[in-house]
Design a protein around this ligand. Structure first.
Ligand code: FRU
Length: 714
């Protein structure tokens, strides 16, 4: 049967092609002169699937090599006798685990592995089907070789299936397995530190490598990074200023032997390509984003010594999430941000996950000095165990981790994102923590402390279960006056997806009066936090906007700071949000609504007060973003994404900010907020207005501003 098949193959080949040579078809009852080690291969070929295995298909005849004998944990090797390479290609069928070096087949010539291939699977699911593979072996013509089947992997997909190993001049439709470039392990480079920054070459999408940086024999940094073996797409800076004059050893766990990654490391005092900083094509100009790398949640928002601090989840070395640090930026006006070196690096307790910051005015922590109140950061160290820890600063620039960290031990593996505030009526600190409890219940744990160091569990509020994200991660908790009446205050508990509850709080227990209100109605807004220690009872919030900047050396951004208030509506008391007044400094000149036809701007603030009459449907086109309002349905649509937006006193009040990678739309006088990732066409800088039944500009109270970039002061 098998020979017949091969015969057909050979007669369809070119007239000069020699007959294929079968190296092995595994049709016998044992492995003949092949040599097995370990237990995974047994003493002879399998006939299909083994105990506990999914169905195995795609092999030829009755027998095949199947190293699932004894399950995934069994290991071993199976080696052919020596054979001569007398044809151009070596073809085979292969399935099972996709682990390089561990579940693979190797061609060995003169003691060296010259070709290798793996099965396709590394994640659960997948298929046990064998697929054809082929190596071009013409360069070894006439040499002796051995075929080695390897299973050195335990756990998921820790086995390999092989059949029908054939030398042939005609590989037919069988795809060639590209020979892998040989790799070297623990590739090392020593450098004497002469500059502030050490730049690593990055290619987004390249295979991540683990890089270890040591000084005086001690590991000082460890991270993963998509190192560029050839030309860098961008350069990730590592701050090495604290090791000036010392020898630094950089080790990459694995690199192709041809990689130039470590040779190309460069030292400089400034960023590579710094002349272009903040002018990159997809650098949003109204919103904060890190100079280099990825950001997600805003952290530790606080006003300290006249500066607003924005810490943020930061991967300094990659375009995607990972290596969580606390990045750091400050601003004197909430508009112009200046980025500083990393505030918190990962340490033995793990990566630095989200948290908050407070000014310890009364020095309850004892971290203050000479009458200066300390700035205290409270964060999650997400190692195993995952714990809550603190750090402090007296200058708002350098941060010292508390020697007795952690301050709260692990409750469950997923506990995280501490939000801390001073509760004046009970004169104590309160910490609000997300904790997943048994039964996969999302809970918020409340703790009390006199000094930010010693915490006692006070109460627990329950949210959703398992996939229900209600009160899931990144809690924020604050008090607001209803309709500006300070004698009528309510506590608001928000979660990462911005659902919220309103209720009362006595310093120990939160008692919700209404639960599960929907706040943000846009796309990609997550993990918002509000500033601590802001005067005049202002509650200012910033969220993570999941707006990508493809192809750039940075990714994602923080939303505009917004002021939160509580307003009574026909449905009850609701959160309302407006962009902070401070943003008005970005207006370039005055309202230009009267010259709509000639208006051109890349960055736009658009405000419209609409009183619908016979016109019930309005359409605004801002640089290609389509925003429409239907006053009958009382609904807004932003690029087709709909959200309820009631008329307030018969009017619709809109505000829209247009930036390079996102839009922020505020409707119903701030009761509806629709942020949205959006990359406008750079050539389209116009604003158009239309609608039904003779909509015209004169009926709309319009304000239209060109905006300046917020990066100008950097
Ligand atoms: C939310 C989150 C947090 C966590 C952080 C890690 O986006 O998952 O719960 O602290 O991001 O970056």
């Amino acid at each position: 049967m098998k020979f017949a098949l091969l015969f057909i193959v050979s007669v369809t080949a070119t007239a000069y092609a020699a007959e294929p040579i079968i190296v092995a078809d595994f049709e016998g009852s044992d492995y003949r002169d092949w040599r097995a080690t370990g237990t995974a291969f047994g003493t002879g070929p399998a006939h299909g699937k083994l105990d506990g295995q999914m169905p195995v298909e795609g092999y030829q005849g009755k027998g095949l090599v199947n190293s699932f004998l004894g399950g995934d944990n069994a290991t071993g090797t199976l080696t052919s006798p020596s054979f001569k390479i007398e044809r151009k290609f070596l073809t085979f069928l292969i399935g099972g685990g996709g682990w390089a070096d561990e579940t693979c087949v190797n061609l060995v010539v003169n003691g060296n592995v010259v070709r290798t291939a793996t099965g396709p699977n590394t994640t659960s699911g997948g298929s046990e089907r064998l697929e054809p593979g082929a190596w071009d072996v013409s360069e070894y013509a006439g040499r002796e070789a051995m075929f080695v089947i390897v299973d050195q992997r335990q756990g998921g997909w820790g086995h390999i299936n092989v059949d029908q190993i054939v030398l042939t001049d005609d590989r037919g439709a069988t795809p060639i397995v590209v020979p892998p470039v040989p790799v070297a392990k623990n590739v090392t480079r020593d450098l004497i530190i002469e500059k502030k920054l050490l730049h690593f070459p990055v290619k987004t999408g390249a295979k991540p490598r683990i890089v270890t940086v040591s000084v005086d024999g001690k590991v000082v940094r460890k991270f993963d990074i998509e190192l560029a073996d050839e030309d860098a797409q961008w350069w990730a800076p590592l701050d090495v200023s604290e090791w000036a004059g010392k020898k630094l050893t950089v080790i990459a766990d694995v690199l192709p032997i041809t990689s130039k990654a470590l040779d190309s490391l460069q030292q400089a005092d400034t960023l590579v390509d710094s002349g272009n900083l903040y002018q990159e094509p997809l650098r949003s100009q109204l919103h904060f984003s890190p100079k280099r790398g990825w950001t997600n949640d805003p952290n530790g928002l606080v006003l300290y010594n006249g500066e607003y601090h924005l810490f943020f989840q930061h991967n300094p070395y990659g375009w995607n999430w990972g290596n969580m640090h606390w990045g750091h930026a400050t601003s004197r006006d909430l508009v112009h941000w200046h980025e500083h070196p990393e505030a918190l690096y990962p340490d033995e307790q793990g990566p630095m996950f989200s948290g908050s910051a407070v000014v310890d005015w009364n020095n309850t922590s004892g971290f203050g000095k000479d009458g200066k109140p300390p700035l205290v950061l409270i964060y999650t160290a997400a190692g195993n165990p995952t714990v809550q820890s603190i750090a402090y600063s007296l200058d708002g620039r350098t941060f010292t981790k508390y020697a007795q960290n952690p301050v709260i031990k692990q409750i469950s593996a997923g506990n995280r994102d501490p939000k801390v505030f001073w509760h004046e009526p009970t004169k104590q600190w309160v910490l609000v923590l997300y904790v997943e409890t048994p039964g996969k219940q999302h809970t918020i744990h409340f703790f009390n402390s006199p000094n930010l160091r010693d915490w006692k569990l006070a109460s627990v509020t329950k949210g959703g279960i398992d996939n229900d994200k209600y009160l899931f991660e990144c809690p924020d908790f604050f008090e607001l006056a209803v309709d500006g009446d300070v004698s009528k205050k309510k506590w608001i508990l928000t979660a990462a997806n911005s659902e919220y509850a309103i209720g009362t709080f006595d310093g120990v227990t939160f008692t919700p009066e209404v639960s599960r209100l929907t706040d943000v109605r846009g796309i990609g807004f997550y993990a918002a936090q509000s500033f601590s220690d802001i005067p005049n009872n202002r509650r200012i919030q910033v969220g993570w906007s999941q707006a990508p900047s493809p192809g750039m050396s940075f990714n994602q951004l923080q939303t505009l700071p917004c002021e939160l208030t509580l307003r009574t509506t026909p449905d009850g008391v609701r959160l309302r949000r407006e962009p902070v007044k401070e943003l008005e400094v970005l207006r370039e000149g005055t309202n230009q609504a009267d010259s709509l036809a000639n208006f051109r701007s890349e960055l736009i603030e658009f405000r419209a007060d609409i009183a619908p009459d016979q016109t019930t449907f309005f359409e605004f086109n801002l640089r290609g973003a389509k925003i429409s309002y239907d006053s009958i349905k009382q609904e807004i649509a932003v690029n087709g994404h709909r959200a309820t937006a009631p008329l307030i006193n018969g009017k619709q009040k809109l505000a829209v900010f247009v930036d390079r990678t996102m839009l922020e739309v505020f409707a119903s006088d701030g009761l509806t907020y629709v942020p949205m990732p959006f990359i406008p066409n750079p050539l389209d800088q116009s604003v158009l207005i239309g609608g039904n039944n003779g909509a015209n500009v004169s009926k709309i109270n319009l304000q239209l501003y060109k905006l300046k970039s917020s990066w100008t002061r950097n």
